[in-house]
Design a protein around this ligand. Structure first.
Ligand SMILES: C[S@@+](CC[C@H](N)C(=O)[O-])C[C@H]1O[C@@H](n2cnc3c(N)ncnc32)[C@H](O)[C@@H]1O
Length: 249
């Protein structure tokens, strides 16, 4: 995990701190927001600079924001204090698969763009820990990379060149089985990235109108979301909402 910490330390100064300018990024927050209510206690794993933890606190929730990167956490704590949310955001150093919290305490656990950095066995362990941290009936929101996507090779090479293990995906059926093994019932799956992964090809990502048309805008799906919905098995990423079994709600 120290490799990840130093890589993301370097990213901290320029990592996006808003909830996102395209449909795919904004949908992360839209899913979290559906569970962001006064008094809810959340765990944000891979919280980075607090791009989701701060709005969660602003909505009246309390959040433990965990990340192995000291520089990310320093930005998160500074931003939370500046926004007057210091009392509702607890910055916590550490990372998956070791989640040192008491079981059954959280209403919501969310984890975006982070699980894919772990090898398959560590992903399995981390999902088991996330499930155990939820109260019965609590909600897990997590994204999982698609093993059959094209871009997984690009991102694997990108991270390996930077000294990390790479990125690791699963099949859609594999994701369902993984969650089921840990007592999590899938409520919703949102597929992304089938088309937008081609924007990684040289030159295409710089064509603004094309990028907007493919990626869409917050609240307005682009071509990517439409195509990913038709062929979800080939998506680059699935955003999954799952509920821990038990509980009344
Ligand atoms: C790509 S960023 C994603 C940040 C944010 N969740 C988002 O959706 O924009 C990945 C974050 O996960 C953190 N991270 C890396 N390895 C981790 C691990 N094993 N456990 C928890 N967080 C980790 C990094 O330091 C970084 O801040």
């Amino acid at each position: 995990m120290s490799g990840a910490a130093s890589h993301f330390d370097e990213q901290a100064a320029r990592y996006p701190d808003s909830v996102g300018e395209d449909f795919t990024q904004a949908q992360k927050w839209a899913l979290i927001a559906a569970h962001a209510s006064a008094g809810a206690l959340a765990l944000d794993i891979g919280a980075a600079n607090g791009r989701h933890a701060l709005p969660f606190a602003a909505s009246g929730g309390r959040v433990v924001a965990m990340d192995p990167s000291p520089a990310m956490l320093a930005r998160l704590a500074g931003r939370a204090a500046a926004a007057g949310h210091g009392a509702r955001v607890l910055a916590c150093g550490g990372g998956m698969p070791d989640l040192p919290f008491a079981p059954g305490r959280f209403d919501l656990v969310y984890c975006f763009a982070t699980l894919l950095l772990l090898p398959p066995r560590a992903q399995e362990e981390a999902i088991g820990e996330m499930a155990a941290l939820l109260r019965p009936g609590g909600t897990l929101i997590v994204d999982v990379a698609g093993a059959r996507s094209l871009s997984i090779r690009y991102w694997r090479r990108y991270y390996r060149r930077r000294g990390l293990d790479g990125v690791f995906g699963r099949t859609q059926d594999g994701v369902m089985a993984l969650l089921g093994r840990h007592g999590l019932s899938v409520q919703a799956v949102h597929a992304h990235g089938l088309l937008s992964q081609f924007l990684l090809l040289p030159g295409l990502g710089g064509i603004g109108p094309l990028v907007r048309c493919v990626r869409g805008l917050p609240g307005r799906p682009g071509l990517d979301a439409a195509l990913s919905r038709v062929l979800p098995g080939l998506a680059e990423r699935w955003y999954v909402v799952a509920r821990r079994d038990g509980g009344d709600d």
